[in-house]
Write a protein that binds this ligand. Structure first.
Ligand code: DAH
Length: 354
């Protein structure tokens, strides 16, 4: 864009008028703020056309100078005003164009929200199921003493069952807890019966392979009162299984052994993939390995030796306890095939559950 140069002829007054007209035309064909700025520099800049005309003021007869000077100032003010008006006009036009392009029917941009980890979700779901049955949630330290982790749970120093729960020792009798069962002891020490509690948390073992990680999550539950029987244990755990896996799930109690319960049992549920048949479309079920059953937890009636360790009278009180692995329940519930996925923190995996 170039500013038309006013004719060099004519009086200075005429030239000033022509300058004004030329600027008006120039502005009319300017379409951006940058173009207006270029015109401003060409006309009003230090080396612009107006400055050029002003320098010839010196050559005019002295008596004409005041009037000419005044005219020059008027022209300058006019030029400035015209330029500002044009700028405002362009600005308004730009706004209109933007508005014309704006589509209010487009969906808004959604905010990226974090989600809860599947282990957290399943832990919360299980705890809620038990809270609804009257249990309270308790927590305890991950760094435990030998007493709470083993001894008080009827696992004396040379007990062979300790081998199954080899862990990380911090000191001679301080270790990372191998299960959440110490919460039975800690809670019973603190509270008199009746007590019904559920204890979620991290546990550690010296294990690392396809199906074991050195850290995983467990939930311990127990209930102590007068006249608690194995029937209460069955009823409670069956209600829990139906809540988490659906009311058609079949629950099976199989005799087992744990040092801190007597008698002890393991709980199996009917396989949710094959419905307990052991086969899917004529093929062996890959989830239950054709057995029709999936093991989900260990349980039993609390051993009198545990009551003795916490000072409850075993002649008066009875109770049941159970312990389950959260990752295992999550894997069965969501059909997750690989335990390690829980700890890789791949956002594509963990964001599928919230
Ligand atoms: N603490 C056991 C483990 O980690 C699980 C368990 C089994 C807890 C039976 C219990 C129970 O309370 O009665 O292998």
């Amino acid at each position: 864009m170039t500013a038309a140069h006013p004719a060099g002829s004519g009086t200075l007054a005429e030239q000033l008028d022509e300058l004004g007209q030329a600027l008006e035309q120039g502005l009319a064909s300017a379409h951006t703020a940058a173009e207006v700025e270029a015109i401003r520099v060409a006309y009003l800049g230090r080396k612009g056309l107006l400055a050029g005309l002003m320098s010839s003021l010196a050559k005019t007869p002295p008596e004409q100078r005041p009037a000419l000077g005044q005219k020059a100032n008027q022209v300058k003010a006019l030029l400035q005003e015209q330029m500002e008006t044009r700028l405002r006009e362009l600005e308004r036009r730009k706004e209109h164009e933007l508005l014309a392009r704006f589509d209010p029917s487009l969906p808004g941009r959604t905010q990226w929200l974090g989600s809860l980890h599947p282990v957290t979700l399943v832990t919360e779901e299980i705890c809620q199921a038990f809270v609804a049955l009257g249990f309270e949630v308790v927590e305890g330290p991950e760094l435990e003493t030998d007493f709470y982790n083993f001894e008080a749970l009827n696992l004396p120093p040379d007990h062979p069952a300790r081998d199954m729960q080899d862990t990380f020792y911090i000191g001679e009798s301080t270790l990372l807890r191998t299960h959440t069962s110490p919460l039975q002891v800690r809670t019973m020490e603190r509270m008199a019966p009746p007590v019904a509690a559920i204890a979620p948390g991290k546990v550690y073992r010296r294990d690392s392979d396809l199906t074991h990680t050195p850290m995983f999550h467990q939930i311990e539950g127990f209930l102590v009162d007068t006249d608690v029987s194995m029937a209460d244990l069955r009823g409670t755990l069956t209600a829990f299984v139906h809540k988490i896996f659906g009311p058609d799930t079949i629950v099976r109690f199989r005799p087992s052994f744990f040092p801190f319960t007597e008698p002890s049992a393991e709980v199996d549920i009917s396989c949710m993939l094959c419905g307990g048949r052991g086969t899917c479309a004529g093929k062996s079920c890959r989830v239950c390995k054709q057995t029709g059953w999936l093991e989900i937890l260990g349980c039993g009636m609390i051993d009198p030796a545990v009551f003795a360790a916490v000072g409850y009278d075993p002649e008066v009180y009875t109770g049941f306890a159970f312990g389950l692995g959260v990752e295992r329940v999550a894997m069965l519930k969501y059909g997750i095939g690989d335990l390690r996925m829980f700890f890789e923190n791949d956002i594509r995996f963990v964001s599928q559950f919230g």
